[in-house]
Design a binder for this molecule. Sequence first.
Ligand SMILES: [Zn+2]
Ligand SMILES: [Zn+2]
Length: 275
Amino acid sequence: MTIEITLLGTGSPLPSPDRAGPATLVCAGGKTFLFDAGRAVGLRLTASGVIAPQLTAVLLTHLHSDHITDLNDVITSRWVMSPEPNPMPVIGPVGTALVVDAILAMLAPDIGYRLAHHEDLNEGPKPVVSESTGGVVFEEDGVRITAAATDHRPVEPTLGFRIDHDGHAVVIGGDGVPCAGLDELCAGADAYVQTVLREDLVRQVPFQRFVDTIDYHSTVRQAGETAQRAGVRTLVLTHPVPAPQPGAEAEWIALAAEFFDGKIVMGPDLTVVTV
Ligand SMILES: [Zn+2]
Ligand SMILES: [Zn+2]
């Protein structure tokens, strides 16, 4: 049995016409997990043949805006498209409940309109939030998801996730720099998905706020080094900052290959990696 990874959105906070916001779909053992819910995640889910009611759970690596902009869309879509109550598990770092409660508050007028209009709707969306500081966050039917604290400081707390199924393992590193928690998750994994930044390019931008982002993101080199150290088989680069033109990924892959011997994948939205 394999695990399938779909890079739904490979973008970053900077809007791109080609790259939706950060979101990654992982399918294993008949279950479907959405990691982060960035800009246009609903469009990309549909393009990959998945609708919100089918998600087993949504997992958030952290609460930076680019990773949660469209969580409200996932919550609403799941609610209005499910014929029966279908509470959505949302797993994330401490602070997730606060964010989900605020989203529900923002949606209050909409929820009111729909409850008043549709006889068969008796209650609003009821996401079930679990906040984690690390450890097993999901285990069912041979699919286990383990979380570990990552280092994206000063943004904290943040999580990385490892999905294990039938002898295969996939890691969603999220944003952040190399750290012990990430190394533990990655140890011996088949695939490691890491958000990356090109320090050489970012340093050329005459805008300090942009240059500041180097502080807390893995560079392509660091992602390669983490993958190499952990003995990962495939390194998947996503969320590139700055966003390369479509087709220009080869340069980034070549850079990572200086530090990692395994397979490296980087592509447009909806790139699929199977392990
Ligand atoms: Zn990000
Ligand atoms: Zn971030």
